[in-house]
Design a protein around this ligand. Structure first.
Ligand SMILES: [Zn+2]
Length: 659
């Protein structure tokens, strides 16, 4: 019953607005020659049965008429007027357009002004373009006091004292890639209908604190065109992927080069959400699904959080299937086409959901299929979010998020002295078989090159089992210290830690302490700039203990059960998304002093005579290593590096560990 109502409010009314064009489209979708689009016909059939009218209706007046006829569910005349004035650009364009930045901000301001007791619109900071990024905060528990709108209630005055009992905290992010804007329009519709028809949502709202980032990449959202997404089926105009620094914001959560990321990371670290959705559109293979998604890999979560992730994921998937939104995991293919098998996407900390996991937030990335029409993709995103919120606040789960988190994070023992994984690799020996709805594929000569090119045949859909590789195994781990020490010199690193709500305690005086340190023995660097950096990878280190000179103002970062995942992932140099990998400590990779060969020759000969053990080692190396034996510069440099002349700080990773 409740499920039906949700659908009625959030899908039915939306599509009534879309009117005749979409009705026509719905009929067309049933044609077998478009099998890829048939999946959503169920939704349209359902809406045709809606008590508010039939699909032939269009426009606000007709919708209002239908609502008034539905006894006890009507809006008051004032509220109806208000509702009508909050038609979204998506609806006004009959599903072809998406809200631009100015439309979106004005619309949300109006929504917030209509329901001041239940929601607020706040800026979380500026994007690099110098414009505000807004979050709409919906205070679900406050809606318990809502009257039915049919009685003419216009909401409670702002400032009324309402007890806030957040149970499940959810953040939804839109337009991180502004060319993939389904979430923007779907969230507008979702929030509006939740507020206007709050009575239908009383199994959800009292247990929900929902924050929605209206448009995160405001910079890219302002740069509109209809061409930058070459393979995408609408909307007619959309924003650009890069922000004002031409950064992909879905790679910026650790390095924080953009103002955008600093704003959002601050919010996420402060609010400590239970759940997070990041809305996207896919690229890649063709298949039948409109809707695919993936969630945070359990392997990298704090152990125990899977106690809530697994049942939630099961419930969500069942709900989507029951509501005729069959889904598949985000399609990452083993070879070119889905028949070859799929594997689970691994999102490192640079990605939104990967970053969320470092703060113990269960992240979901929605990926609608680029080749499906925009209106279907918007509906798929809307349906996903609806079912997500219903599943999260269901009686069996609504208390679990905070309970499981308290037990496994907040009040868990500190992992000091324990091994923590920092690198993972897909286990290619372990897979399950999943049902998948794909298209036959083949090859034919390319008109461009004459070489074979891939084609999918949409007249030949298939349903079969495919292998799904979704287990990752740990390939590297570290021993968690009781604290890290970051020198004052690395103020930008300290600022990033603080932005993530990591406590950094300044040392009050100069001192020398024995600390565990790492020398960077090996690393590789990409050849071309990647998101404004020459990123390092394949890092190998040698650990040792040194007496380290610390100075007043260097900071101690104590490890806690809450911050360990994040701090280890950014401060351990071998971790894939560490600050080291993102070039924060490149200064130490360069030797500052050297020698003139002709001068050092004599010093080296004297040094070897004075150090007979080293001399024996030198001679052994010369005897056993033919390359070394031929390399006169290498031999001289070997002696230099053994001597006291060589600087001890060369390749010394400048973050130290207190065990
Ligand atoms: Zn994307």
């Amino acid at each position: 019953m409740f499920k039906g109502m949700i659908n009625r409010v959030c899908l039915g009314l939306v599509l009534l607005y879309l009117g005749g064009d979409l009705f026509g489209q719905a009929k067309k979708l049933k044609q077998p020659q478009e099998p890829g689009k048939m999946l959503v016909t169920g939704e349209y059939e359902f809406i045709a049965k809606d008590e508010f009218g039939t699909l032939g209706l269009s426009g606000a007046m007709m919708r209002a008429e239908g609502a008034r006829k539905a006894q006890g569910k009507a809006l008051s005349p004032q509220m109806q007027k208000s509702y009508d004035s909050l038609l979204t650009p998506f609806e006004k364009s009959k599903g072809l357009g998406t809200a631009n930045y100015f439309e979106c901000v004005a619309w949300y301001k109006q929504l917030a002004a209509t329901f001041p007791a239940y929601c607020s619109l706040q800026s979380i900071g500026l994007g690099d373009v110098g414009k505000d990024i807004y979050v709409l905060k919906l205070n679900g528990p406050a809606t318990e006091t809502m009257d039915r709108f049919g009685n003419g209630d216009l909401g409670i005055e702002a400032g009324s004292k309402v007890e806030v009992k957040p149970i499940v905290k959810v953040l939804i992010n839109n337009n991180i890639h502004p060319g993939e804007p389904e979430g923007t329009d779907a969230c507008m519709i979702l929030l509006r209908d939740m507020l206007f028809f709050g009575q239908y949502w009383q199994q959800v709202l009292p247990y929900l604190q929902l924050h929605v980032i209206c448009q995160y990449n405001v910079d890219g959202t302002l740069t509109r065109s209809g061409t930058s997404r070459a393979n995408q089926n609408g909307p007619v105009e959309y924003g650009f992927r890069g922000n004002a620094q031409n950064l992909d914001l879905n790679r910026d959560f650790i390095k924080l080069d953009s103002r955008n990321a600093k704003s959002l990371v601050g919010l996420m670290a402060m609010e400590q959400y239970d759940l997070f959705i990041d809305n996207h559109t896919s690229n890649g293979a063709d298949y039948q699904y409109v809707l695919t998604y993936f969630h945070t890999r359990p392997e990298k979560l704090q152990p125990g959080l899977t106690d809530v992730l697994i049942p939630f994921e099961k419930s969500l998937k069942e709900r989507l299937t029951a509501n005729q939104w069959p889904t598949a995991p985000y399609v990452e293919t083993i070879k070119t086409v889905p028949d070859s098998g799929l594997f689970a996407f691994w999102e490192g900390g640079r990605y939104a959901t990967g970053f969320a996991a470092l703060h113990h937030t269960l992240g979901y990335t929605v990926e609608t299929h680029m080749l499906k029409p925009f209106s279907q993709r918007m509906l798929g995103t809307l349906a996903f979010m609806e079912q997500f919120l219903i599943a999260a606040t269901a009686p069996s789960l609504r208390n679990e998020f905070s309970t499981v988190r308290r037990k496994n994070v907040d009040f868990a023992p500190k992992p000091i002295g324990k091994w923590m994984p920092i690198q993972f690799q897909l286990d290619q020996t372990k897979f399950t078989e999943i049902d998948f709805l794909g298209f036959e594929s083949g090859y034919r000569p390319s008109e461009i090159s004459g070489a074979d090119r891939l084609v999918y045949d949409r007249t030949r859909p298939w349903s079969k089992k495919v292998k799904y590789y979704d287990q990752y195994r740990c390939t590297d781990s570290i021993l968690v210290p009781s604290a890290y020490i970051v020198p004052f010199a690395y103020g930008d690193v300290i600022q990033k830690l603080k932005l993530n709500k990591v406590v950094c305690k300044p040392i009050p005086f100069d001192t020398v302490t024995m600390l565990r340190v790492s020398y960077i023995n090996e690393f590789k660097t990409v050849n071309h700039p990647y998101e404004k950096h020459y990123m390092h990878h394949g890092v190998k280190t040698r650990d040792t203990v040194l007496a380290v000179q610390l100075r007043a103002g260097d900071v101690v970062v104590p490890i806690t059960s809450v911050n360990a995942k994040f701090v280890v992932s950014v401060l351990e140099p071998r971790a894939a998304d560490s600050y080291f990998a993102w070039n924060a400590f490149d200064g130490v990779l360069m030797q500052k002093e050297g020698y003139s060969d002709y001068v050092f020759e004599d010093l080296a000969a004297d040094w070897l005579k004075a150090h007979p053990e080293k001399r024996a080692e030198f001679l052994r190396k010369k005897a056993n290593d033919s390359e070394f034996a031929k390399d006169s510069w290498g031999q001289l440099n070997w002696v230099y590096k053994q001597s006291a002349h060589y600087e001890k700080t060369h390749n010394l990773y400048p973050v130290y560990r207190l065990d």
